[in-house]
Design a protein around this ligand. Structure first.
Ligand SMILES: [Zn+2]
Length: 110
């Protein structure tokens, strides 16, 4: 899970092998990666929208509570996705997601 008030800077490639497949990850990394892939696929499918409501609960844990906030995300630069919780301070950025199998932009296949 993502710790409270932590800004997560995630390089998507750290979770993938040379062929773009998911590496054998620890349980914690797997949870984080699943969270990130959901954001990447939601945002890349709706890049024209200024802010995307990702169908994802925050799950940040702190003070014995688990945040029930929802995740909102957007593409802030060509290749950077920024996400944040609408309830707590959890936020982060995702890099190097383009071209991965979770990138839902419509590509021309050659
Ligand atoms: Zn939250």
């Amino acid at each position: 899970m993502i710790e409270k008030s932590m800004t997560l800077k995630a390089d998507f490639r750290h979770f993938l092998d040379d062929e773009g497949n998911e590496l054998a990850l620890t349980e914690q990394a797997k949870t984080v990666f699943k969270f990130l892939t959901k954001i990447v696929s939601s945002v890349s499918a709706h890049l024209e929208q200024p802010l995307i409501d990702v169908d994802l609960k925050c799950s940040t844990r702190g003070d014995g509570l688990s945040c029930e906030g929802r995740i909102e995300a957007k593409c802030i630069e060509t290749a950077v996705i920024e996400w944040h919780c609408d309830t707590c301070e959890a936020s982060g950025t995702i890099f190097n997601w383009q071209g991965s199998m979770w990138d839902k932009q419509k590509h021309t296949i050659h």
